[in-house]
Design a protein around this ligand. Structure first.
Ligand code: SAM
Length: 347
C-alpha cells in the first residue's frame, strides 16, 4: 500500500525490524513495567520532583516494598530509570516514555485481554464483545493521556480560526475536550454525546470541574441512532461545529451503512459549517522492506483486526468524505503516528 502523501518524519518510528526475539520479549515485559509505574504514580512524581525516594514512596502509597523495588529495578535494567541506592530518577528515555504513556495505558491497560486471547479469537473459541472485552476505562484514559501529550495543541491552533456558538462532540468519552474548548470560547455552549453510561456519568464531573454545568450537556446516546433512527438530542440542531476524535471508524463499522454515514452527519447537523473529524489510519507500507516501526500503529491495526472493526487509510477517509458531500479544507497530521485531523466543510 503506497501513500501519495508525505508524513512527519517521526511517524517513521525508531523500532528496528526485524525485532529479534530478545528485543520482542523484553519489550513485552518493559511495556507492562511502564504501565505499572504509571498506575502507581511514579511518572507523575518524577515529573513533579524529578526524583523518587523508593522507601518513602512505598510507605506513602502503602506498596509492597519488594514488589515495587523489583519494578523499579526492571525499569532500570530497561534503561528507563537511574537508581542510586534508595533514589530513582528518569533517564532521557524514561522522560521520553513519560510523553507516550497513553499508548501503554491503551495497549496494556485497555487491550491486554484482547491481545492475550488472539489465538482463541482466531479459532472462534471466543468472540470480541460477547465473552471477551477491552477495558473501556483504560482505553478512554489512554486516549486522554495521548491527547494531552500530543494532540491538544494542534486542535487548539486549528479551532482558533473557526467560529462557533454550539459545539457537538460525537463519541466524546468523558467530555474533556468539548468542555475545554467551550471554556476557552466565552458565549459558546457544547454537547458531548457518548454511548457509554459510565463515561457520561464521568462527563457530568468533568463539566462541573470546568464550572460549565448547563453550558455543556453530556448526553448518553448511540450516535448511530441519531444518524439512522432520527433520534433527537436537544439543542444539537443548532450545532455549527461538529467534532469526533478516534471514533469515526466505530461509526463506519457496519458495511451496509458505511457510505451513508457522512451524508447522515450533514443531515443530522444541518447548521454545521465545519466538521473536525480525527482518527488514526492504516500505516502506509513503503515499497521496499520496512526497517522501522513507530509506536502505536502495529497495536492499533492488530487490535481492530482482532475485534473485527475495519480501519482505513488516509486516502480512503478523504474519498469517503468527498463522496459523502463534505469538502476537505485541510488534512492536519495530529501528533500520534498516522493520525489525522480532517477539517471539513459541509458543501
Ligand atoms: C476511543 S474512544 C475516544 C474518546 C474521545 N473521543 C477521545 O478522543 O478521547 C471512543 C468513544 O466512542 C464511544 N462510542 C463508541 N461507539 C459509540 C456510538 N455508537 N455512539 C456514541 N458513542 C460511541 C465510546 O464509548 C468511547 O468513549
Amino acid at each position: 500500500m503506497l501513500s501519495a502523501h508525505a508524513f512527519p518524519a517521526d511517524w517513521q518510528g525508531q523500532a528496528l525490524t526485524p525485532l529479534n526475539p530478545d528485543t520482542a520479549f523484553n519489550g513485552y515485559i518493559c511495556a507492562h513495567v511502564v504501565h505499572a509505574l504509571e498506575r502507581l504514580g511514579v511518572f507523575q512524581q518524577l515529573a513533579a520532583e524529578r526524583t523518587l525516594g523508593i522507601s518513602s514512596f512505598c510507605e506513602k502509597n502503602a506498596l509492597d516494598p519488594a514488589v515495587f523495588r523489583a519494578l523499579v529495578q526492571a525499569a532500570a535494567s530497561f534503561g528507563y530509570l537511574d537508581v542510586q541506592g534508595d533514589r530513582a530518577r528518569a533517564t532521557a528515555v524514561g522522560e521520553e516514555a513519560a510523553r507516550t504513556l497513553g499508548f501503554f495505558t491503551w495497549g496494556v491497560g485497555g487491550y491486554h485481554d484482547v491481545f492475550a486471547n488472539a489465538a482463541p479469537l482466531a479459532r472462534g473459541d471466543r468472540r470480541f464483545g460477547v465473552d471477551l472485552h477491552r477495558d473501556e476505562a483504560m482505553v478512554a484514559l489512554g486516549s486522554a493521556q495521548a491527547d494531552t501529550a500530543m494532540m491538544r495543541h494542534i486542535l487548539d491552533e486549528e479551532i482558533a480560526a473557526i467560529d462557533f456558538r454550539t459545539l457537538v462532540d460525537l463519541g466524546s468519552g468523558v467530555s474533556e475536550r468539548v468542555s475545554r474548548l467551550v471554556k476557552a470560547r466565552p458565549g459558546s455552549r457544547g454537547i458531548g454525546i457518548d454511548i457509554s453510561r459510565p463515561a457520561t456519568e464521568l462527563a457530568h464531573e468533568t463539566i462541573a470541574g470546568y464550572g460549565l454545568r448547563g453550558t455543556v450537556q453530556p448526553v448518553c446516546a448511540d450516535v448511530l441512532d441519531i444518524l439512522f433512527k432520527e433520534q433527537e438530542v436537544d439543542g444539537s440542531d443548532a450545532a455549527d461545529v461538529v467534532m469526533s476524535f478516534m471514533f469515526l471508524h466505530d461509526l463506519l463499522a457496519g458495511p451496509e451503512r458505511r457510505e451513508e454515514v457522512i451524508p447522515r452527519l450533514r443531515k443530522a447537523f444541518p447548521q454545521a459549517h465545519t466538521f473536525l473529524l480525527a482518527d488514526t489510519t492504516i500505516r502506509p507500507r513503503s515499497e521496499g522492506e520496512d526497517s522501522r516501526l513507530p509506536v502505536f500503529s502495529s497495536g492499533f491495526e492488530l487490535a481492530h483486526a482482532l475485534m473485527g472493526v475495519p480501519i482505513y487509510t488516509r486516502e480512503e477517509y478523504e474519498q469517503l468524505f468527498q463522496r459523502g458531500g463534505m469538502q476537505l479544507r485541510r488534512t492536519v497530521p495530529f501528533g500520534v503516528p498516522h493520525t489525522y485531523l480532517f477539517v471539513l466543510e459541509a458543501s
